[in-house]
Design a protein around this ligand. Structure first.
Ligand code: ADP
Ligand code: MG
Ligand code: MG
Length: 253
């Protein structure tokens, strides 16, 4: 049973004089079988949480703990985190000219599985995953994230999810910039990943309630001022849809 545990997490950006605390004590547990949504206003620290869990060097964990099945995630390298079963899709993925999607996927799969997949099987697997996401086969030869449209970036994230089969997936603003058709394809991909394996958990970070019509959360957490200020079930998303974040912005300040 995969469990991601975040305990009293404090995270800063910048160093020395300019260091600024962004996360001010986050507690969250995501278990296999569960879908959690983190919602909140812009600038509340949602992406900072994802980056800190991903091990991004710009984000310094000043106190608190993150564990996956009891293992200390914060002590792991980025690759070790992936191998342990964490998948993190970032709001702003990096562009890597000269590395094709196909090569990137193959090295990611190799890193996670601990051995290189056989070429023919890998090609088959990639094609099936791309078909399921309505991705044009030519996409596999494109340079990683270079000139990708918003929709292509998001489909690529879900393609990685399908191929890497992590235990816990953290998806940051996977829905932003998607038209309704792309949103459906991406949501179906997330649902296929999650429903297809009861051992997987999803942490979906989003500013908008729209994607929650397709990906049903079991728990909704509201972020404001670098902390969780409210928690509830799926009905909380409906409240947010109607009332916005205004009252939480005040509460989190
Ligand atoms: P959200 O994803 O909820 O919109 P972020 O985590 O991106 O929020 O940002 C939270 C706060 O941290 C913002 O005030 C933002 O300006 C600040 N911040 C985030 N990353 C950095 C960074 N690398 N350098 C300086 N400030 C940052
Ligand atoms: Mg579930
Ligand atoms: Mg963000």
């Amino acid at each position: 049973m995969a469990t991601l545990e975040i305990r009293d997490l404090h995270v800063s950006v910048g160093d020395g004089e300019s260091a600024k605390e962004i996360l001010r004590g986050v507690d969250l547990t995501v278990k296999a079988g569960e879908t959690h949504a983190i919602m909140g206003p812009n600038g509340s620290g949602k992406s900072t949480l994802a980056y800190a869990v991903a091990g991004h060097p710009k984000y310094t964990v000043t106190s608190g703990a993150v564990t996956l099945d009891g293992e200390d995630v914060l002590a792991m390298s980025v690759d070790e985190r992936a191998r342990a079963g964490l998948f993190l899709a970032m709001q702003y993925p990096v562009e890597v000219p000269g590395v094709s999607v196909s090569n990137f996927l193959r090295s990611a799969v190799t890193a996670v599985r601990g051995e290189a997949p056989k070429l023919r099987e890998f090609a088959k697997e990639t094609k099936a995953a791309m078909d399921a996401l309505s991705i044009d086969p030519a996409f596999a030869q494109r340079s990683l994230n270079e000139g990708f449209s918003g929709g292509e970036k998001k489909r690529h994230e879900i393609l990685q999810l399908e191929m890497l089969k992590p235990k816990i997936a953290v998806l940051d603003e996977t829905d932003s910039g998607l038209d309704v058709d792309a949103l459906k394809v991406v949501s179906e991909g997330i649902n296929r990943f999650h429903d297809g394996d009861p051992e997987t958990g999803v942490l979906l970070i989003t500013h908008y309630t729209r994607i929650l019509r397709y990906v049903k959360p079991d728990f909704v957490h509201v972020f404001a001022g670098g902390r969780i200020v409210e928690q509830g079930g799926p009905e909380l998303a409906d409240v947010l849809e109607n009332e916005g974040y205004e009252k939480y912005v005040k509460a989190g300040a």
